[in-house]
Design a protein around this ligand. Structure first.
Ligand code: MG
Length: 257
């Protein structure tokens, strides 16, 4: 076995596909896509195939929900349980702005389409489902949108990804009849099956979480949450008037049969 090393300017590398310990190929972004970072480029005008499956990215597409992972971990440690918290514990977070406006209507619309046409709905994320995190979020989204459990057929997570982009997110290789919604549409191949959505950021105040814990734990809880906020917190912009899923709903009905 021989090692081959190559040297390329980092800015030009889109992703390196890896097989075992050997890099098998390097893709150059600017050769693949002519207008890669322009959201307008990833629009419904490109969609000219029969859509049989819808993939939905999680972070910053569905909402600003990555804090759910911290909240869930805190819950498991302090409650000494292996179970992720129920929707009644998380309701304040998901209904307090973490989920993008009109996502509820979007999922309810897809449920109706699914009943009529058998279209498949999947979560497709760079997150890892090893601890059941992504499956738990999927269930939380179904609760939030008030659709039956199983409306979202399943999850595709980082464990099945075959390559990564420079930003650390997975490159999402999708089949020919899949339509995907993603805030990083340039990480999708083929590009003309992705609808780009600008990232959604929304800070949700943690206060309602405290009532689930004994008073003597409140200081610890505040410290962990503040540390997490400092490290991963997003800007305090207010996105509650975000119209992205409203726009998608308008366009989607013309795309699906
Ligand atoms: Mg994302």
């Amino acid at each position: 076995m021989s090692n081959i090393s190559i040297s390329v300017p980092e800015d030009y590398v889109d992703n390196m596909e890896q097989s075992g310990e050997n890099f098998v190929s390097v893709t150059f972004r600017d050769i693949d896509h002519s207008i890669p970072y322009d959201y307008d480029y990833y629009d419904f005008k490109n969609i000219n195939f029969i859509v049989k499956e819808i993939h939905i990215d999680l972070d910053y597409t569905v909402g600003d929900i990555s804090k759910a992972s911290t909240l869930g971990d805190i819950w498991k440690v302090l409650k000494k349980t292996r179970e992720w918290p129920s929707y009644s514990v998380m309701k304040w977070f998901f209904e307090g702005g973490a989920i993008r406006p009109y996502f509820k209507e979007f999922l309810q619309y897809l449920k109706i389409k699914k009943d009529k046409t058998g279209i498949k709905i999947m979560i497709h994320t760079s997150n890892n489902d090893k601890e059941g995190y992504v499956s738990w979020i999927k269930y939380m989204l179904e609760q939030y949108a008030d659709v039956p459990e199983g409306t979202i057929d399943g999850v595709i997570d980082a464990t099945t990804a075959i390559s990564y982009s420079r930003c650390g997110a997975t490159i999402k290789h999708i089949d020919h009849n899949v339509l995907i919604f993603d805030d990083k549409p340039w990480n999708v191949g083929p590009f003309n099956q992705a609808i780009g959505v600008v990232p959604y950021y929304q800070h949700v105040d943690n206060a309602p979480f405290f009532k689930f814990f004994d008073k003597k734990l409140h200081n610890t809880l505040a410290q962990v949450l503040n540390d997490d906020e400092e490290r991963y917190g997003t800007a305090g912009d207010d996105y509650k008037n975000d119209q992205v899923f409203h726009y998608i709903l308008e366009k989607l009905d013309k795309t699906l049969n």
